[in-house]
Write a protein that binds this ligand. Structure first.
Ligand code: ADP
Ligand code: ASP
Ligand code: MG
Length: 439
């Protein structure tokens, strides 16, 4: 079994849905397909929810109506027979009536998650109907029947595996299974999701549950580039990445992959291939267990970072001090990304500043606290084992004109990270590309 995941742009129009269908059928082997919502739809569904939170049903209805018109037009373009046009339009009518019904009552995060889930429910139904119309035996398995998170909002791999196997047995005889990315149920059985970009995570969890031979992530670019193509000129696709390297890049901002999507594939040792739907013959990137010795592979950046420094004149790092500091972050469910320490102080960086004021108030009990906002983590990834000589000099030299607030190395053998001001990000990424990849 092979897993193929197609992102929003890959299913972004009736034409693209046809191309995706042909890529699925060309593979010629049993395939489990994960689809995102059509590009732009999840954003529109979030906009609808925002209007409803603000008790503005007119604003919500305006978006619902224009989205419905767009989808009805897509149905006319995608299907050739009246039977499938009708069938899909009836399904769309039900979907949009469901959205309209949310504009009447009390609106909470429960209703929001239900609304946001409809993008993937619509795209998968449209593609399955198209495959069936052209005579392909494909079946839709509802992700809400097997994809589940636990009380810590972490996926529950045992439950996913059991339920998925049951569903596959109940639907024996199909070569193509299709499901929704992103959406799931939580520990209380409510509709939930795996956060923005979460369809990659769905694909990786399914690949691990089915012990797939490969997980292919199809997107709108020819693989993981050696730097952020939205910021830097002349980036290039990296042919191969180790699981650890890919995980660091995804976590530290390479948007092509959801931050945690590499983990399930890594633990199950299933190779992940990144491919371009617009250019299917391009080689793409393979992510596997192989480690190329001594090579720096890529650079990524994570925005919206806040740095917090706590400084005391006393012997700060006495036993138990770091535990107290970490407990403050833990009690506000705020993960720390980078950390550096000295005799008198500790600096940490966080990307979730929703409890910043409370955290700072509590930290003040232990010393003077300084906060720097609008910062950015630059992460250089590759085989950076400490026995490899000289890479620190090369990387630091590339950043010699940029003020660096923190440096972190040694937490993993695959990454060296720098905290800089967000306004210096473009320059830092470009300098690193020039020095490391001869741009
Ligand atoms: P999908 O909708 O298929 O999930 P995404 O928009 O989530 O696609 O991810 C693909 C985009 O990620 C690319 O279009 C590119 O702009 C962006 N991106 C950011 N960093 C990188 C990188 N290092 N390599 C490739 N793409 C990247
Ligand atoms: N549709 C969801 C989003 O836009 C999930 C995904 O595309 O991966 O975030
Ligand atoms: Mg994505």
């Amino acid at each position: 079994m092979k897993v193929m995941k197609f992102g929003g742009t890959s299913v972004g129009s009736p034409e693209r849905m046809k191309s995706v269908s042909s890529l699925i059928t060309q593979s010629g082997e049993p395939t489990f397909v994960v689809l995102s919502a059509m590009s732009g739809t999840t954003n529109s569904l979030i906009e609808i929810s925002d209007y409803l939170y603000k008790k503005n049903p007119e604003g919500a209805n305006e978006i619902i109506n224009s989205l419905e018109n767009k989808y009805l037009k897509h149905a006319d373009e995608l299907y050739t027979t009246d039977e499938y046009k009708q069938k899909t339009k009836e399904f769309l009518k039900e979907e949009f009536n469901l959205l309209r019904s949310s504009t009447k009552d009390l609106f909470t995060s429960f209703e929001e998650k239900c609304i946001v889930a409809q993008g993937e429910i619509i795209s998968t139904t449209m593609v399955v109907n198209y495959l069936n119309e052209i005579g392909i035996k494909a079946v839709l398995l509802n992700a809400l029947d097997f994809m589940r998170t636990d009380k810590n909002s972490e996926p529950d791999p045992q439950y996913i595996k059991e339920k998925l196997e049951e569903l596959m047995v109940a639907n024996e005889g199909y070569q193509i299974y299709i499901t929704q990315g992103f959406i799931c149920r939580n520990a209380y059985g409510e509709i939930d999701n795996l956060l923005r970009g979460g369809s990659d995570y769905t694909a990786s969890l399914i690949g691990a549950a089915l012990n797939a031979e490969e997980i292919d992530i199809w997107t709108d670019i020819d693989g993981m580039h050696n730097n952020d193509p939205r910021v830097v000129d002349k980036t290039e696709a990296v042919k191969q990445l180790n699981f650890e390297e890919a995980a660091e890049l995804a976590y530290f901002g390479a948007k092509i992959l959801h931050p945690t999507c590499v983990q399930p594939a890594k633990y199950a040792s299933i190779p992940v291939r990144l491919k371009n739907t617009m250019s299917p013959d391009a080689e793409g990137t393979i992510i596997n267990n192989v480690l190329v010795k001594g090579k720096i592979k890529a650079v990524a950046a994570k925005d919206n970072i806040t740095a917090i420094k706590i400084k005391s004149s006393r012997m700060l790092l006495a036993t138990g001090f770091l535990r107290k500091v970490f407990e403050i972050f833990e009690s506000y469910q705020t993960p720390i990304d980078m950390i550096t320490t000295s005799e008198v102080g500790v600096s940490m960086s966080i990307d979730n500043d929703s409890h910043l004021t409370d955290i700072v108030d509590e930290l003040k009990k232990y010393g003077t606290v300084t906060v720097d906002t609008d910062m950015c983590i630059i992460c250089v990834v590759g085989d950076l084992d400490w026995s490899n000589l000289g890479f620190e000099t090369i990387v630091l030299d590339a950043l010699k004109d940029i003020p660096v607030r923190m440096i972190s190395y040694g937490g993993s053998n695959y990454n060296i990270s720098f905290l800089i001001k967000e306004i210096d990000k473009k320059q830092a990424l470009q300098n690193l590309s020039n020095v490391l990849f001869n741009n």
